[in-house]
Ligand binder design. Structure first.
Ligand SMILES: Nc1ncnc2c1ncn2[C@@H]1O[C@H](COP(=O)(O)OP(=O)(O)OP(=O)(O)O)[C@@H](O)[C@H]1O
Length: 251
């Protein structure tokens, strides 16, 4: 596995008025790792994701994507550099089929790099890649079904697939199993595992079963500070983490 740093947060802070919400976060996330951020309600997880994805500007500190400072760039520029956030099924084209959504995402990822005649020539290649992705998403049987007619879990799977297809090297996922049944959540974890073999995953998740099942490393955010960032085993054994979770949930 590559030891290159995909995403680095350096002394990151965010204040809302006089309230310090993110209080000096340092974090190195290695390329191809699956990194899950957990923490109690109000710890600042969404704020941290909004900073990383460019929706909020940091008060101080830096965010580097593969060594390049991205702090202050708007979300679409961050996206173009290979960091994509997937958190809404509304990112799909609801009237288009599964196949059309994936083809669109693949063409989008190539759109600015290829002249139109090349795009036409690459149609076959795009179709093949879309088919392959559809297989990995377990959506081949739904190939010609409009996104709006898929189940919620299928829509989320398609949305994550489309995000990857559109060129994400670092994928940010907000609570991907929220609102799902146990079986759907287990299927989603397997799907995320399969689909992120070639990219870096940064995920916020409340369901600790999902977290410990999927994460290579876990960071624990409490009151805007990372109190632990380690392997699942080390985090589970960490006394400060157990205290933050009142000694119950991490067991
Ligand atoms: N735009 C804002 N203006 C002022 N305060 C904010 C703003 N956004 C978030 N906060 C505050 O920052 C704190 C952290 O919120 P945030 O949503 O980042 O936490 P969280 O860890 O994602 O919580 P949850 O797990 O409940 O979603 C909260 O106290 C919240 O009220």
């Amino acid at each position: 596995m590559s030891q290159e740093t995909a995403l680095a947060l350096k002394g990151l802070t965010k204040n809302f008025g006089r309230a310090e919400i993110i209080r000096g976060v340092d974090l190195d996330i290695t390329a191809n790792e699956r990194h899950v951020i957990i923490g109690p309600n109000g710890a600042g997880k969404s704020t941290l994701f909004n900073l990383i994805s460019g929706r909020l500007e940091a008060s101080s500190g830096a965010i580097e994507l593969f060594g390049r400072n991205i702090d202050g760039l708007p979300p679409h520029r961050v996206n173009r550099l290979g960091l994509s956030r997937s958190f809404q099924v509304t990112n799909l084209f609801q009237n288009m089929t599964v196949m059309q959504n994936l083809r669109c995402a693949l063409l989008w990822s190539e759109g600015h790099r290829y002249a139109f005649w090349k795009l036409v020539n690459s149609q076959q290649a795009v179709t093949e890649r879309a088919e392959e992705l559809m297989e990995r998403l377990h959506l081949t049987a739904k190939r010609d079904v409009p996104a709006s007619l898929l189940t919620y879990a299928e829509q989320r799977a398609l949305e994550i697939g489309a995000t990857i297809a559109s060129g994400a090297r670092v994928l940010l996922l907000d609570e991907p199993t929220a609102g799902m049944s146990r079986t759907e959540a287990d299927d989603m974890v397997e799907l995320i595992r399969e689909i992120t073999t070639d990219c870096t995953l940064v995920m916020v998740e409340h369901d600790l079963g999902v977290v410990f099942n999927l994460a290579d490393r876990i960071s624990v955010l409490v009151y805007g500070e990372v109190i632990a960032s380690d392997t699942p085993e080390a985090v589970r054994a960490n006394a400060a983490v157990q205290e933050a979770y009142l000694g119950t949930e991490v067991h």
